[in-house]
Write a protein that binds this ligand. Structure first.
Ligand SMILES: Cc1cc2nc3c(=O)[nH]c(=O)nc-3n(C[C@H](O)[C@H](O)[C@H](O)COP(=O)(O)O)c2cc1C
Length: 188
């Protein structure tokens, strides 16, 4: 690979360069089958000992209200406020670290695998034309939210990827401020 390769021969590079979070999305959402196809390729996310220490909870319809009520309870805000937050997108994906017993792989490594899944999945959804935004907040690891998401004892949430359609007027790509490579690609 050289720097003279044209961008069009690098679909992953292009998808990454164009990816952007979408805070406002439409009511359209990928189907369960479409989502399943994307989640299937998460088997290739780098994963020490291939523990697959993660799962994604698919929240649609009323399940988002269950999340909203728990957010409201944890944040001590009115129920409606929580529900309006959790229903900002037609599909909400809870990203869960499901740690596995391992003498070799500590928890923090397993958490990075789940984070990798969230990033790769967001990228694939964006490439497929869907709008995504990863959200967390103070309530993410609260008791009320844990209970609403039916987490097992050892599981932890990494937040939610909100997914929906990209509004017509938001489809234009806005180039980003370039990175300062002297700061982000360093030597010893
Ligand atoms: C773990 C994680 C949690 C985040 N939580 C929030 C959040 O609660 N609220 C928010 O506005 N942005 C949150 N963000 C940032 C947005 O997802 C998004 O990255 C940011 O708005 C910048 O947009 P961009 O992805 O197009 O650069 C979070 C990002 C990550 C990785």
């Amino acid at each position: 690979m050289t720097t003279t390769d044209s961008a069009s021969s690098r679909p992953v590079y292009d998808a990454m360069a164009r990816r952007a979070s979408r805070s406002k999305v439409t009511d359209e959402a990928p189907s369960h089958e479409e989502l399943g196809e994307l989640v299937s390729v998460m088997s290739s996310v780098p994963d020490h000992s291939r523990l697959r220490p993660w799962r994604i909870i698919e929240l649609r319809g009323k399940d988002r209200e269950t999340l909203g009520k728990a957010l409201a309870k944890a944040n001590k805000t009115p129920k409606e406020k929580g529900i309006s937050k959790a229903t900002r997108a037609p599909l909400v994906l809870a990203v869960v670290v499901s740690p596995k017993q391992s003498k070799k792989v500590p928890y923090w490594e397993q958490e990075t695998v789940a984070a990798g899944v969230a990033h790769f999945l967001s990228l694939l959804l964006a490439e497929a034309g869907w709008g995504t935004m990863w959200r967390t907040g103070h309530a993410t690891r609260s008791k009320a939210v844990r209970k609403a998401m039916k987490l097992d004892k050892d599981e932890q949430l990494l937040g939610w990827i909100y997914v929906g359609g990209v509004p017509e007027h938001k489809r234009k790509h806005k180039p980003r401020k370039p990175l300062d490579l002297d700061q982000h690609l360093t030597s010893l």
